[in-house]
Structures are given as C-alpha cells and as structure tokens.
Design a protein around this ligand. Structure first.
Ligand code: G6P
Length: 505
C-alpha cells in the first residue's frame, strides 16, 4: 500500500444486510446520502471502507453471506465492524439518534441523554478507531464521517499518530447555547479536535464549532485554525472549515438523459393521469424533513381552491428509517394520518390527491420521478445539506421544473434561485408553492439553468478533492507522531476487532 491510501470510516458500510419478502438474507445499498456521496470518491482510489453492515451480530447469530464483490462496480476493500443488538440499541438508536441527531437539528424533538448510552457510544467509537488503526497503512489518510463517530479522531490519533486524519460532519453543528446542553460536550469537542481537518457543511457550522471550542476549552482560533495542546507540551494545528457536499452530477445527468428514463417519465405521467401539475417529495421518513409541513400546506391549498385537485397530484416517497426510535414511529403516524385524511376528503376513484410510497426506490426511478415533477418540495426544518434538492436540479437536463426549498438547509446557500421558504411559516410555504406553480416558463428555466450550472460545477468529486487536498496540505503533526509511535505500537498490534469479509480489489 502507498501513502496515497484512503481509509473511509463511517457508521454504515455502502451495503447493508436485509431480508427479502421470502425471509432470505440479501445485501442492498445503504440508505441516506452518505453512500451516494462517497462511492464516486472511492472509485479508482486505493481505498477501503470501514463500517457496520446494518445487522445485529450477536454471539451464535446466523452468519451473513459474503458481501458480493461486484456490486456497484466496487473496487475498494470493505471491513465490517460488528455490533450486537444491545450495542445497536445503545450506540445507534440511543446516543446517536436520540441524543445527537435531535440536538444537532435544533432540538426539533427533545434530545434524551443517558449515561449508559454515552458509555456505549464511547466503546463503539473505540472499536471503529481500532479497526481503522489496524487497516491504515503508514502515513495514510483516514477520513472519518459523521456524528456517530465524533470521538474517533482523537482515539485514532492516540493509536496511530502517523496518520493524516480528517473528519466531516454531514449534519448541522448546532448553535453554541444548544450544544452546551450536552453532558459530554468537552469529550465530543476534544474527540473532533483529534483530526487535522474538521469539515462542516456550512460556514455557520464551522463558526459554531470554533465558538464552543473557545468557550469549553479556552482555545481561541486564529482564522480557521486552532492550536491544540498535545502530549509532552507539543502543539498541533487543527483546521476547521466549511466544505458543502454535493452529488455525482455528471453520472446523474448522464442517467437523466438516457432513453429508458425518458420512457419511464412518460409512463409515470400517464399512470398519474397526465395531470397539469405534479408535485414531488423524496425523503427519509424523518421528523427533520418537514414532510408533514408540506403535506399540510398542499392540503390547505386544495381545500382553498388555490390548487385544483383535478389537475394536481402530489407524490411523496418516504424511505423507512430508524424504525426502532419512538420519534420515527410518531412522524410516520403523523404523515400517514395526513395522507389518509387528504385522500379521504379530496381523492376520487383512481385519482388520490397524494400518492404515498413508503419505500426505498432505485436511483433510476427517482430520476424519472424528478423529471416528471413540475415542482419539487424540499421543506426540512433543519438539514445539513439535502442532496435530494441537488439531485433534482442536475436531473432537470431540460431546464424545466421548479424547486421549493427550505431556508434551513445547507443547500439553500448553493441554490438561492429556488423558491426559498421558511418551513415554520405555513402561509409562507403555501405562497412559495403557488409562486413556483404560477411562475412563467422562462423564469423557471432561468432559475433552473443557474442552479444546474452551479451543481454541475460543484459536484461531489470536487467536494472530496477540496477536503482531501486541504487535509494533505495541512502541516504534518509528525513531531507528536514520533513521540507517540512507540507507546501505541503494542496497542495497534492487538487491535483486531473488525472482520474482513470482502476484499474486492
Ligand atoms: C443521514 C446521516 C448519515 C446516515 C443517513 C441514513 O444522511 O448524515 O450518517 O447514514 O442519514 O441514516 P441511517 O441511520 O439509516 O444510517
């Protein structure tokens, strides 16, 4: 292995273990934007990916089939980090998704803090750090992803001081006053500062992090750099910056132009009854996404006669997510209540007002839906970036379509030509939808062209290149590395918690 090696450490592997309708074990693509973002970056690199396969691995549990070698043209190695049912409950459902996720999304639902869950988070973060220490070649780059693994950078640095360590947070970093709620706030900040570069989706997130670093640790920043005290009086520099993530624009646009997709677009429009206006929402079924907000706005517009139910349909794709967490069951109930009420009140035989699919659809089907949709509704109450909005824009190779976008997404910075709305303001959301529906074609096209051009030039490959470029240029923290190398060698030699199941080079 060369020193150009790249190791991705993420909670999820790019594939997850699941069961088909007949109860057989299958592998399918993992949910969420992370995989779509990182897969293109991994292709062609001398890379490996460390993560969890999405299933419970308890002692004595049924062994999983090997991960298929050829899925998604994969040409990198995969190392699984096993998690038991109890660990998933505490580390994933618990601390990651019942404390950090709501806290970092402005406490839209009340975060819950439990010491035993944080203990598990710490233990599992160490397991990921040990797996990375085991598989990274000397001096290589390790890129740690997202809120589930915020302690990994410092843990990994103590095990392998020779590595270049990057961290990227895919979700928002909250306002300092909110972050200060967290009982383990110092440990989290110190965990992140173990990286050479800490990346956020927006400048606001980076600023919030620098603020809490100063407040909690008394470490001021100079520009976007923080001097972090290391062992034996050594100091090293941690660079903190914004790197807004994006999509595989060229790949998506190529798919969007294929004749098969064109045919599917026609078919979808026909199956929906060739309505004048198709509105579309595509989200994980998560309370941060504002699915309820947009469904209510749409329903009111129908009731008020501002949209004609005979000429308009709304398609909502909601991908099941984190179903063991109470708040996710609650948002599902809320959404399904609105859908059934609206269809009960306004639907007709063969013509519901809302087509609701609780499903995970292949990207080709999503692109066809994007191209069929006259208005795309993206209304999260808070979102780190929101890649659906960018997928929509690059799929509209015809420059048609209109995007209604929440101000509280990272994407709002990149797509100001959308119809921006405040998702907390029901009337504002309704006005945004009506304005998008009534805008002259030339105006829609002008807006879409500008947004498309932005996302085509700022794709996920550029995001990764920018982040890794900054990481590689970041001054070496080698002095500290040499000091610690001897004490950590014994530990890394013993660190063999991950199992190699697939080496598909
Ligand atoms: C968001 C997070 C990712 C996560 C994804 C899917 O995009 O930032 O880290 O993987 O949601 O959520 P899940 O809990 O199913 O991994």
């Amino acid at each position: 292995m060369s020193s150009d090696d790249l190791v991705i450490v993420a909670n999820r592997l790019p594939v997850e273990s699941a069961r088909d309708e007949n109860g057989n074990r299958i592998w399918r693509r993992s949910p969420g934007g992370l995989v779509s973002a990182l897969e293109p970056v991994m292709k062609g690199a001398n890379a490996s990916w460390i993560g969890w396969n999405g299933s419970y691995q308890d002692p004595g549990s049924e062994p999983l089939p090997p991960i298929p070698e050829t899925a998604d043209d994969r040409d990198y190695s995969i190392y699984e980090v096993p998690l038991s049912r109890g660990e998933v409950e505490l580390y994933y459902d618990g601390f990651s998704n019942s404390a950090l996720w709501p806290l970092y999304h402005d406490a839209i639902v009340t975060p819950t803090y439990h010491r035993h869950q944080f203990d598990s988070y710490r233990k599992i973060n160490m397991r990921f750090a040990e797996a990375a220490a085991e598989h990274a070649s000397p001096g290589s780059v390790v890129w740690v992803q997202d809120y589930q693994l915020q302690l990994v950078p410092a843990m990994l640095r103590s095990l392998r001081p020779d590595l270049k360590i990057g961290f990227f947070l895919h979700i928002p970093f909250p306002a300092p006053d909110l972050f200060m709620q967290l009982p383990w706030r110092r440990e989290i900040v110190l965990g992140l500062l173990g990286a050479d570069v800490v990346g956020f989706q927006t400048a606001g997130g980076a600023r919030n992090f620098l603020d809490v670093t100063e407040r909690l640790l008394g470490l001021p920043s100079v520009g976007n750099k923080v001097e972090v005290p290391g062992p034996h009086g050594a100091r090293r520099t941690c660079l903190v910056d914004a790197f807004g993530i994006s999509v595989d624009s060229i790949g998506l646009a190529a798919k969007a132009n294929s004749p098969e997709i064109e045919d599917r677009v026609e078919q979808i429009r026909a199956d929906l009854g060739n309505p004048k206006t198709i509105l579309l929402g595509v989200d994980r079924l998560d309370y941060t996404k504002g699915i309820d907000v947009r469904l209510r706005a749409y329903t009111e517009l129908l009731h008020e006669g501002k949209l004609d139910p005979n000429e308009t349909v709304l398609v909502q794709v909601a991908t099941p997510s984190r179903e063991n967490v109470d708040e996710y069951q609650r948002i599902r109930d809320d959404v399904e209540m609105i859908v059934s009420r609206t269809n009960g009140d306004l639907g007709q035989i063969g013509a519901p007002a809302i087509y609701y699919m609780r499903n995970s659809l292949p990207i080709e089907e999503l692109i066809a839906l994007y191209k069929a949709a006259d208005i795309m509704l993206v209304t999260p109450l808070r979102d780190g970036m929101n890649l659906v909005s960018k997928e929509y824009v690059v799929s509209r190779t015809d420059d048609e379509g209109a995007l209604v976008l929440s101000e509280f997404t990272g994407a709002a910075n990149d797509l100001p030509q959308s119809w921006l709305v405040n998702p907390y303001d029901a009337d504002g959301v309704k006005s945004g939808i009506i304005a998008a529906a009534h805008a002259p074609l030339e105006e829609r096209k002008r807006r879409m062209r500008t947004m498309r051009s932005h996302v085509m030039h700022n794709d996920v490959q550029k995001w990764a290149r920018d982040f890794l470029g900054v990481l590689k240029r970041q001054e070496s923290n080698a002095g500290e590395a040499e000091d610690q190398q001897h004490s950590s060698e014994g530990e890394t030699a013993n660190a063999s918690t991950s199992t190699t199941t697939d080496k598909a080079k």
